[in-house]
Design a protein around this ligand. Structure first.
Ligand code: PLP
Length: 426
């Protein structure tokens, strides 16, 4: 198949994320990827500033990760997880338990981030059924959150600015608080927690869990909020007997400057979701972790089982590469690298604040965000970025980047110079 045929068939028949079947945007055909570069069919190399949506923290074609999959492939690609277990799942669990917040002791594997959030929500519902309080069956969250694209996760995404507004009344009605206001770098405005307390006081008898992305609200607006907010919410959940679900799918594995963003507030959630960077971007894989209190309450009450079990649960290839990915992360200078990227972003993107088209520039860990005053013309800015040899996928008013941790200083310069030129051209 020629590259032209490939593009035509793709345009005519292959859906892309949040896109039209008319193929209004030509998708770039990637032939291979190596280090921090994507190589297109025509040989063009693009520096990847997106880590394939938060996943490829070590870049592409990583020898250690390739090896983990190749080695596991010789034993088995997959076996069902009902009634069977295997080394890759058990070894990964041991590795995870060493690094996640203490008291998270039980791990439920699934195939994608959204599914892991569905599972977290089901755990919370089953927990309250087990406690003979089935009326605790709603969820509370903040505005500007994003938790996935499946049915119940959509109900806790921002109902207005999120991507699922079209489903409107069809979704379960959850309780929404204002978005956290004090930013990560500002003084904390403690009055914010009064509104949280007011709502919990009013609704706690019908709430199963509070769900939130710790510190970084990702696809719902790329906002960094204050650790005191997170700490306060956790404290109020305890006070009002509500489970606390941390969605660490984007923030997990170092991206925001801590291995898990919950560490900024020194809290252990009752339930935690991880995905995205879990396999270093090699495979679709996620996990929902919970405390013994949650797991055993569900298990000690009728029917005694947690009612979920995906076909590809704990896929051995995914478990093997996830473990190799975590080993590589822990043995690399990830913290030094994330701080290096943070310092570079702060220094090189700050001047953009002066442009009258830009409303804010913010950086946390290996995440750089430029918020424009108006929504960007995606096609036009993407073409400008590609001219600079850079791959980004801006959305709405946000031009943002979260590169692989092992990006070199020279490549960082190329990335931020490209971003600067493209933003100046708006
Ligand atoms: C990406 C993301 C999800 C959904 O994960 P998928 O693997 O795309 O289903 C859920 N929550 C957060 C915070 C995410 O960033």
């Amino acid at each position: 198949m020629t590259a032209e045929e490939l593009i035509q068939i793709d345009k005519d028949h292959v859906w892309h994320p949040y896109n039209s079947a008319h193929g209004t945007v030509d998708s770039l055909p990637v032939k291979s990827a190596n280090g921090v570069y994507l190589e297109l069919e025509d040989g063009t190399k693009l520096l990847d500033g997106m880590s394939s949506w938060w996943c490829t923290i070590h870049g592409y074609n990583v020898p250690e990760l390739n090896y983990a999959i190749e080695k596991q492939l010789k034993n088995m690609a997959h076996v069902m997880f009902g009634g069977l277990t295997h080394r890759p799942a058990v070894e990964l669990t041991k590795t995870l338990l060493d690094i996640v917040p203490q008291k998270l002791e039980h791990v439920f594997y699934s195939d994608s981030g959204s599914v892991s959030v569905e599972i977290a929500m089901k755990m919370a519902l089953q927990y309250w059924i087990a406690k003979s309080q089935p009326e605790k069956n709603r969820f509370i969250t903040t505005r500007s959150g994003y938790h996935g694209d499946t049915w119940h996760t959509m109900s806790v995404c921002d109902p207005i600015n999120g991507m699922h507004g079209i489903f409107g009344e069809r979704l379960t009605k959850q309780i929404f608080l204002p978005e956290p206001k004090s930013t990560f770098y500002e003084e904390f405005e403690s009055a914010e927690l009064e509104e949280v307390e007011k709502q919990l006081k009013k609704h706690h008898h019908e709430i199963a869990a509070f769900i939130i992305e710790p510190i970084v609200q990702n696809a719902g607006g790329m906002r960094f909020y204050h650790p005191e907010y997170l700490k306060g919410v956790k404290r109020l959940c305890e006070q009002f007997d509500i489970l606390f679900i941390a969605d660490e799918i984007a923030t997990g594995f170092g991206r925001a400057g801590k291995l898990f963003a919950c560490e900024y507030a020194n809290i252990t959630p009752d339930v935690m979701c991880i995905g995205k960077a879990l396999t270093g971007g090699y495979m679709s894989f996620a996990a929902t972790l919970c405390t013994a209190e949650v797991a055993l309450t569900i298990s000690d009450s009728n029917p005694g089982y947690f009612m979920h079990g995906p076909t590809f649960m704990a896929n051995p290839l995914a478990c093997s590469v996830a473990r190799a990915n975590i080993d590589l992360l822990l043995s690399s200078n990830w913290k030094v690298n994330v701080t290096r990227i943070e310092d570079h972003f702060k220094k090189s993107l700050a001047p953009l604040k002066k442009l009258n088209t830009v409303s804010d520039v913010r950086v946390l860990g290996a995440i750089g965000v430029i918020e424009m005053k108006e929504p960007v013309d995606m096609k036009s800015i993407q073409n400008d970025l590609i001219d600079q040899g850079v791959w980004l996928r801006p959305f709405g008013k946000l031009v943002y980047s979260m590169p692989p941790f092992n990006i070199s200083d020279k490549e960082l310069d190329k990335l931020t110079n490209g971003i600067t030129r493209a933003v100046q051209a708006i």
